[in-house]
Design a protein around this ligand. Structure first.
Ligand code: PCO
Length: 213
């Protein structure tokens, strides 16, 4: 079992009694964009406020410094998905995580993972969670990619498809990109992603549609 993965469904994943106030449960996921260098920072922003679990695609691991993640944030990877599954009746990680989370946030969302989600593909832990997502619960994405990918006609088609599913977009911004180009496609700042998600959670909680646990 991966040291950080601990893909065992422990008491932590079980539902708290519904009359007990609890912290929001935020599932943060990173896909394969250079902007995943900011994933640890994003985890720190959220873990001040919420219970956080993290999911990383194989490509994103190239950019994530695992040692910089908050100590209480478990990082799940594709290896964890089936490593502890032995027989029928054992828990399936992507289902346990979609059940556990109040909100999912994919930041960065790469062009490739955007295309997969828009097309309903699910070939890794991250996309299996999205494919099984309960759209009564919010799912945010913060895309990050080169400007030429962002302005490619596929992006608009894919954004329309995920919008129809009920996924909320935190748009990219214009700045210097990893390759030296200047243009749109840079991931929104972690602080903006955090405030966007928190505001939505708190407005839903006030209106009674959030999960107040
Ligand atoms: C690839 N992609 C990118 C990804 C989007 N870029 C960004 C920012 C970072 C630096 O602030 C890399 C986080 O530019 O989100 O650049 C090809 S150019």
């Amino acid at each position: 079992m991966a040291q950080l993965g601990a893909a065992v469904v422990d008491a932590d994943m079980e539902q708290a009694p519904s009359n007990t106030a609890r912290r929001p449960r935020i599932l943060l996921a990173a896909s394969g964009s250079v902007a995943a260098i900011k994933f640890a920072n994003l985890c720190h922003c959220f873990s001040e406020w919420a219970e956080v679990k993290a999911v990383a695609s194989k490509a994103s691991l190239h950019f994530i410094d695992k040692t910089s993640l908050p100590k209480d944030v478990v990082l799940y990877t594709d290896e964890d998905e089936w490593s502890t599954w032995k027989r029928i009746g054992d828990s399936v990680l992507h289902i346990e995580l979609r059940r556990w989370a109040d909100i999912m946030v994919i930041a960065p969302l790469s062009a490739n993972t955007l295309g997969k989600i828009a097309g309903g593909l699910c070939d890794n832990l991250l996309t299996c969670i999205v494919r099984a997502w309960d759209y009564n619960k919010p799912l945010f994405v913060a895309p990050a990619m080169n400007t030429f990918m962002w302005t490619n006609p596929f992006t608009e088609r894919h954004l329309m498809a995920i919008d129809e599913l009920g996924i909320s977009l935190i748009p990219p911004v214009s700045k210097r990109l990893a390759c030296g180009d200047y243009g749109n496609g840079a991931m929104a700042e972690p602080s903006l992603i955090f405030t966007t998600v928190r505001l939505l959670f708190e407005s839903r909680a006030q209106s009674g549609s959030g999960n107040s646990g």
